[in-house]
Design a protein around this ligand. Structure first.
Ligand SMILES: [Zn+2]
Length: 228
């Protein structure tokens, strides 16, 4: 029996990476589509399976409510998420309790749009991406990563007028730099409209860097073993 991707215990369960709920089911897709082909899995012990499962639905909410998500993500919101909300209305209440109305501009088309911004529990979001990144490392390199993982999503921005500029500018710069660095790198993952990732070797600053893309446009940069 294989060992858990996070520890030395026996891997008694099979974990999907990213969580299966992120991938639309056949019944929610046009005839003949399959976006659950050869999903990535890793062995996990009971403890790490439970820990991860708790965050699966949270991650799904954050990703599909995200404005840059592609059509597949948008459709997933209209189907699966709406069903989940109908089943458990408290979930969405919790999620929206912090929302504020915002007007945003698409910097490519110049178009303005009214939408809402939601406060994200960064601890929870980062925890979920942290486990996901370790699982991908295990799957990709057949080797566990027990060192430090640092996470930088492109799409979580500050709206606090006091700090927004200082917080958001470096995020936007890092996103641009990451797009350049990964421009010609191959993508892995069978269902690329839902999830794909790239990986490069780092330098003396860190060991490896991964770029995760959910619904094409929701991207997260992950640094393995970043110094400082
Ligand atoms: Zn474990």
């Amino acid at each position: 029996m294989a060992e858990c991707y996070m520890c030395e215990k026996e891997g008694t369960t099979v974990e999907h990476v990213p969580p299966k709920c992120v991938f639309p089911e056949k019944k929610d897709l046009p005839e003949g589509w399959n976006l659950r082909s050869q999903l990535i899995t890793v062995p996990a012990c009971d403890e790490h399976n439970t820990k991860k499962s708790k965050n699966d639905e949270y991650i799904l909410y954050v990703l599909v409510m995200n404005l840059p998500a592609n059509e597949v993500g948008g459709n997933h919101f209209q189907t699966k998420l709406i069903r989940a909300i109908e089943r458990n209305p408290n979930l969405i209440k919790q999620f929206l309790s912090t929302h504020q109305r915002v007007t945003i501009q698409d910097t490519e088309t110049g178009e303005w749009q009214n939408t809402i911004a939601i406060e994200i529990d960064r601890h929870r979001f980062d925890g979920a991406i942290d486990m996901m990144s370790r699982a991908l490392h295990y799957e990709h390199f057949s080797e566990k990563w027990l060192g430090k993982v640092s996470i930088q999503p492109d799409f979580l921005l500050s709206l606090d007028p006091e700090t927004a500029r200082d917080t958001n500018e470096p995020i936007e710069q890092l996103a641009k730099a990451a797009d350049q660095v990964f421009e010609n790198q191959p993508y892995f993952g069978e269902n690329k409209e839902v999830f794909k990732y790239q990986v490069i070797n780092g330098n003396d600053q860190c060991e490896k860097i991964m770029r995760l893309s959910f619904y094409s446009n929701c991207k997260v940069t992950v640094f393995f073993g970043l110094n400082g």
